[in-house]
Design a protein around this ligand. Sequence first.
Ligand code: SF4
Length: 67
Amino acid sequence: MVYNITVDRNECIGCGACEAQCPEEFELEQGSEVKAKLKKTKVDELGCIKEAADVCPVNAIKIEEVN
Ligand code: SF4
């Protein structure tokens, strides 16, 4: 199974919960606005990404099955 992972930058409030939950896949981009960034956008296994999506307070993390 391959999954596409996206972070909706318009929704993301830069709280850091995804990075705390799943530092393997998420990091905070420092700039004029703090936003979550994915280290990979396609993965074979979700691992902690599922938990990160669950803890996101604004549901900005989307997981889509590709096949
Ligand atoms: Fe953004 Fe959601 Fe991650 Fe918080 S948990 S930094 S709102 S994507």
